[in-house]
Write a protein that binds this ligand. Structure first.
Ligand code: NAD
Length: 286
């Protein structure tokens, strides 16, 4: 209650970011969002037109609302990093400030210090290509959007976090086990994200007295996952082979995220927490 959160990576009501927002709102937090620039317009229009109203409903009868919604592109740290063709792109030209450092400054000015940072974003332009066919450019783009973006956020948001605060990200088991179809360097990006979770937990823990954890989530038919192409197969596979035979609800991940960033988890940091109906423990599934 009374905590302030910044969540990067919400662009509809289908993904993990939205579910985390909802769980944090249920717990009484004030939430601001960073929405990917190309998705911002449609998100705000849909929000205004009531498209999300059903999923905005909170258990206390209230509606999920956002204190601030910022345009954001987590592959750029400062305005100097934005190439000409992006700056002049019609979706970006009118967006104003959208780089990680600028958004941290705007959050500081608008809401002051924050308690919770959520990274719920990933992008891999060559995700449908096997690693053996992934270009250097595609691989580095996946790392930039999906891994370095979190490092950048901790660099810029760490200084405006209250001691006792916490950050969380979302990862996937393709970092450690082979998941054919999760290509383009996305498996590599998740491996980096998980390793960075530990190093950042140490460094930001010492420097800012904040905790850093990641959730390794089971398959969810979000917008990003549908772009990969084999999500329905993954959901079926999990249903058939996981110890808990049910479809994963985004809210189950949202609830664990709310726990991990709360004082209930005050001694948990650098941890990768599986929220996947237990699929990760299976060797041979029968
Ligand atoms: P999603 O589509 O709801 O979320 C991904 C978000 O990232 C989108 O809102 C998109 O606009 C945003 N984004 C992409 N590039 C960006 C950039 N450069 N700057 C800012 N935002 C950007 O899908 P999701 O599945 O909920 O994904 C959230 C996280 O969960 C990701 O890290 C994903 O890898 C992870 N995850 C997903 C699954 C799954 O099965 N869906 C499983 C495990 C982990």
């Amino acid at each position: 209650t009374g905590k302030k959160a910044f969540i990067a990576g919400v662009a509809d009501d289908q993904g993990f970011g939205w579910a985390i927002a909802k769980a944090l709102a249920e717990a009484g937090a004030e939430i601001s969002l960073g929405v990917w620039v190309p998705a911002l317009n449609i998100f705000e229009t849909s929000f205004r037109r009531g498209k999300f109203d059903e999923s905005r409903k909170l258990s206390n009868g209230g509606m999920l609302d956002f204190a601030h919604i910022y345009p954001m592109d987590a592959v750029f740290d400062t305005p100097e990093d934005v190439p000409e063709e992006v700056r002049t792109n019609k979706r970006y030209a009118g967006a104003g400030a959208f780089t990680v450092s600028e958004i941290a400054e705007r959050v500081k000015a608008d809401v002051g210090n924050i308690d919770i940072v959520v990274h719920s974003l990933a992008n891999g332009p060559e995700v449908t290509k096997p690693l053996l066919e992934t270009s250097r450019k595609g691989y580095l783009a996946a790392m930039s959007a999906s891994s370095y973006s979190f490092v950048s956020m901790m660099q810029r948001f760490g200084p405006i976090m209250n001691p006792g605060g916490a950050a969380i990200s979302l990862t996937y088991i393709a970092s450690e086990d082979v998941i054919p179809g999760y290509g383009g360097g996305m498996s590599s990006a998740k491996a980096a994200l998980e390793s960075d979770t530990k190093v950042l937990a140490y460094e930001a823990g010492r420097k800012y007295q904040v905790r850093v954890n990641t959730i390794s989530a089971g398959p969810l038919g979000s917008r990003a996952a549908k772009a990969i192409g084999f999500i329905d197969d993954m959901i079926r596979y999990s249903y058939a082979n996981a110890p808990v035979q049910k479809e994963l609800a985004a809210q189950e991940v949202g609830n664990v995220a709310a726990f991990l960033v709360s004082p209930l988890a005050s001694a948990i940091t650098g941890h990768c927490c599986y929220v996947d109906n237990g699929l990760n423990i299976m060797g041979l599934a029968m």
